[in-house]
Design a protein around this ligand. Structure first.
Ligand code: COA
Length: 558
């Protein structure tokens, strides 16, 4: 079928549906929901048999839904209607939630139901539930709805429903003197990553994000007790909570200690153990060992890796490679493996060009440390989405095992035509050949885990459920292999031979010469693209590689 995806943005859920529907042979085009007239034009050009709206912030105009079947993906159970569906479900700590695919009509979310899925809720942030449970459920429900639509004998049913209001900041407000850690966490989780909870720090209004409960430290409710890396610790009525990120009025989302210079006066509360705290606490880098395998996790907010985070992770990796293990697994974070350099901290720097330069060098140091590791086999276990430099950083490991369902965006071009580094020019052709490398670097579309495997870009695609257990088992088998010493010797020999042919330093210098032009050259595309990305500027047009109906050679179907 010809299916038009009408969406606010090409977010990870839309990308997942795009890839799954394309794999089933449907002809797809995408239009961003910018204005009624633009959507009407897209429909006139593409003549879709079906319209799917995975992520909308406004209603579809009647001029479209009257004449075309439009399926809306609503992140709520059957009968739930209105905005802030997930926000309400999380703040009410519902044990179960779901996704409903319903037909657009005049009343919002009240049309007939084509398919629905349910899932048990986790205690987690809205953004995490959206990227995991909601995305998986939406995929199943949309595929069912599309099949039913094609089958022609399914009659979607109307169901009675209850509409809730848009959640306002009043509904989200925190009373630090009275509320417990669990209560505050439920509010912050329900608002992460958009819109955050309006509050104040150091007497200045700001929105709070990225909260972690603290189990051992306590103080006068509401008081700021200390800081650790980018986060500040604030006391609640019965404990305390780390706030990792904030957005000041008129500003962008930043690590709390970067947004507020006042935070430097707070006492530093270092992790009570080297890379591993004995009790749960805020910790963006963590290390543990089992069965001859070292597991290094790096749960950086939104998968963005600042200069400082890259330097700390490189230090942690070097430390881990000094341990008596035979395998190191780079686990990344729970929702993202890595999205490359930290565009927000770059934007906020006095000189974004200098900070871009520092950040790309810091991430290259990490890639080099992984590549030069002689004492362990390294595995990148990509259990969360990865984008741009993050996809290539993973390739620095000897093996890349990716979870089925992960969305990869292994390209830099969408960020103002960045050339990219992370030693991709050395790593990629060796895996996929020169033509394959060119094809990957020139595509702008997302890639599924299965595609990455088929291209030879990554080495294994493991089923979603049980990924962590599977990775641990495979890594332990690798570490216990009888020929592990020969494998390590072969790895050292390969690296030495490659170094003799062309030193890593030369590969890196060539890439960085291109990046220097991106950061300091006369073409400001990267700086402009980064500014729009971090300030979440609304789209004013749909990129041509997505809006196929706007291709010059597109022929309006008969
Ligand atoms: N630096 C800072 N923040 C980043 C980031 C980065 N490199 N990559 C993603 N984010 C943030 C987004 O701003 C967004 O923030 P929010 O919580 O305020 O909404 C959040 O992560 C999620 O990103 P979003 O784009 O909504 O997620 P997605 O899953 O739909 O898309 C990507 C994923 C990777 C395609 C997209 O985030 C992207 O293009 N990131 C930039 C990658 C890049 O160019 N890195 C620099 C070159 S190495």
């Amino acid at each position: 079928m010809r299916i038009l995806l009408l969406t606010h943005s090409f977010n990870s859920l839309t990308q997942r549906l795009f890839c799954a529907l394309a794999a089933r042979g449907h002809e797809l085009s995408v239009e961003f929901d910018i204005a009624d007239a633009v959507a009407e034009e897209a429909v006139a050009l593409f003549r879709p048999e079906l319209i799917i709206a995975p992520f909308l912030k406004r209603a579809i105009p009647e001029s479209i839904w009257r004449h075309h079947c439009c399926l809306i993906v609503h992140p709520g159970i059957v009968g739930d209607r209105g905005p802030s569906a997930l926000d309400w479900a999380i703040s009410e700590r519902r044990p179960e939630w779901g996704v409903t695919v319903l037909q657009a009509e005049a009343e919002m979310d009240a049309g007939p139901v084509w398919a629905a899925e349910r899932f048990p809720m986790r205690v987690a942030r809205k953004s995490s539930i959206y990227r995991n449970e909601v995305t998986e459920a939406a995929l199943r429900a949309v595929l069912t709805a599309v099949e039913r639509f094609q089958g022609a004998d399914f009659v979607p049913q109307r169901v009675p429903g209850l509409a809730h209001q848009m959640m306002r900041q009043d509904d989200r407000s925190i009373d630090w003197s009275r509320m417990t850690t669990a209560e505050v966490l439920a509010r912050l989780d329900a608002a992460d990553g958009v819109p955050g909870v309006a509050d104040a720090l150091f007497g200045h209004p700001c929105h709070l994000f990225d909260a972690w409960p603290e189990t051992t430290l306590q103080g006068a409710p509401g008081a700021l007790l200390g800081r650790r890396e980018g986060a500040v610790l604030r006391a609640t009525a019965d404990g305390a909570l780390w706030i990792g990120h904030v957005r000041r009025a008129g500003g962008i989302k930043l690590p709390a200690t970067q947004a507020f210079a006042e935070a430097t006066a707070l006492p530093e509360l270092p992790l009570p153990g080297y890379w591993k705290s004995p009790t749960p606490t805020w910790q963006d880098i963590a290390y543990e060992e089992a069965g001859g395998v070292g597991f290094l996790s790096f749960d950086f907010y939104n998968g963005a890796m600042s200069s400082c985070q890259c330097a700390r992770l490189t230090e942690a990796f070097r430390w881990a490679s000094g341990r008596p293990t035979r395998v190191i697994v780079l686990r990344g974070g729970s929702d993202f493996w890595s999205n490359g350099i930290h565009l927000n901290t770059i934007e906020a720097a006095d000189s974004p060009a200098d900070e871009s330069w520092a950040n790309i060098n810091a991430i290259d140091d990490l890639a080099e440390a992984i590549l030069r590791c002689e004492t362990q086999l390294t595995v990148a276990a990509v259990g969360g989405n990865a984008g741009a430099g993050g996809c290539f950083l993973a390739r620095a490991a000897d093996f890349v095992w990716v979870r089925d369902g992960v969305m990869l965006n292994p390209h830099y071009r969408n960020m103002g035509n960045l050339y990219g580094s992370e030693l991709w020019t050395y790593l990629l052709p060796a895996r996929v050949g020169a033509d394959g490398a060119r094809a990957i670097m020139h595509r702008r579309l997302p890639m599924t885990a299965a595609e990455a495997l088929a291209l030879g870009f990554y080495d294994a695609c493991l089923p979603g459920p049980g990924f962590a257990v599977d990775v641990a088992r495979r890594a332990a088998e690798l570490a216990a292999a009888t020929d592990i010493e020969q494998q390590l010797a072969a790895k050292r020999a390969r690296r030495a031979a490659d170094e003799a042919t062309k030193p890593l330093a030369v590969w890196r210098a060539e890439e960085l010469a291109e990046m220097r032009r991106n950061f300091y050259g006369f073409d400001p595309s990267y700086h402009v693209a980064r500014y729009h990305f971090v300030t979440r500027t609304p789209h004013s047009w749909t990129p041509r590689h997505l809006a196929r109906h706007r291709d010059l050679d597109w022929k309006i179907p008969a």
